[in-house]
Design a protein around this ligand. Structure first.
Ligand SMILES: C[S@@+](CC[C@H](N)C(=O)[O-])C[C@H]1O[C@@H](n2cnc3c(N)ncnc32)[C@H](O)[C@@H]1O
Length: 179
C-alpha cells in the first residue's frame, strides 16, 4: 500500500525531533547526516546555513541531492567498509531511521567538543506496528542513553509511541558533547 500524499510529505519533511533540537547546533558548524536517504535533514541543515556531509550507500537516493548547495554527498557502505570520516569531526551528527550498533563509537568520535548528537530511530515495541520488526534494528529501552553515557550531556530523551508521520515506537535523543 502506498503512503497517502500527506504521509509521503511528512516523510520528506524534517523529523519534528530534529527540527526541535536543530537550534542547539552551533552556527556555522559542519553537520553530518548519517544514512541520509533522500537527504531531508541534509537539506534542512544546509538551508540553515550549515555545510552538510551526507552519506548513504544508495546512490539513487543521493542523486536527489546533486546540486544542493552546501551539501557534499558520499556514497559509501558504512557497515561493510571502513568508517569514511575517521579523523574528522562535526558540530552536529544526525541519524534518523537507521541503526547499526557498531557505528556508535565512530559517531561519538566524530562529534566535536560542544557538538550535538540528534538521533531518532525505531525502538522495541515497533513490531506491533509493522517494520522494522527485527530486534537488530530496534533500540532497547535506554539504549541511546547508554551509548552517550560519560561522553555527552543528555538534553532530551524519549522512548515513545508516536502517531506521526506514521504509528511507530521510537527512541530519540538529543545530547551535547562537553566543550
Ligand atoms: C529508512 S532510510 C532513512 C533515511 C533518512 N535518514 C531519513 O530518515 O529520511 C535508511 C537509510 O539507510 C541507508 N543505509 C542502510 N544501510 C546502509 C549502509 N550499510 N551504508 C550506508 N547507508 C545505509 C539506506 O540506503 C537508507 O537510505
Amino acid at each position: 500500500m502506498s503512503a497517502t500524499p500527506e504521509a509521503a510529505h511528512a516523510l520528506e519533511s524534517p523529523s519534528a525531533w530534529v527540527a526541535r533540537w536543530a537550534p542547539l547546533v552551533p552556527a556555522t558548524c559542519a553537520v553530518l547526516d548519517v544514512a541520509c536517504g533522500g537527504g531531508r535533514h541534509a537539506r534542512y541543515f544546509a538551508a540553515r546555513g550549515h555545510a552538510v556531509e551526507a552519506v548513504d550507500r544508495d546512490s539513487a537516493a543521493l542523486a536527489g541531492l546533486a546540486g544542493a548547495s552546501n551539501v557534499t554527498t558520499r556514497c559509501a557502505d558504512i557497515e561493510a567498509a571502513a568508517w569514511p570520516y575517521a579523523g574528522r569531526t562535526f558540530g552536529a551528527i544526525v541519524v534518523t531511521n537507521y541503526l547499526h550498533r557498531p557505528l556508535f563509537p565512530h559517531l561519538l568520535a566524530a562529534l566535536a567538543p560542544g557538538g550535538v548528537l540528534i538521533y531518532e530511530t525505531f525502538a522495541l515495541g515497533n513490531e506491533r506496528y509493522g517494520r522494522p520488526a527485527n530486534p537488530d534494528f530496534l533500540l532497547k529501552p535506554g539504549e541511546l542513553l547508554d551509548v552517550v553515557r560519560g561522553v555527552c550531556r543528555v538534553v532530551a530523551y524519549e522512548d515513545v509511541a508516536v502517531e506521526q508521520p506514521r504509528p511507530a515506537m521510537v527512541q530519540r535523543l538529543c545530547a551535547l558533547r562537553a566543550a
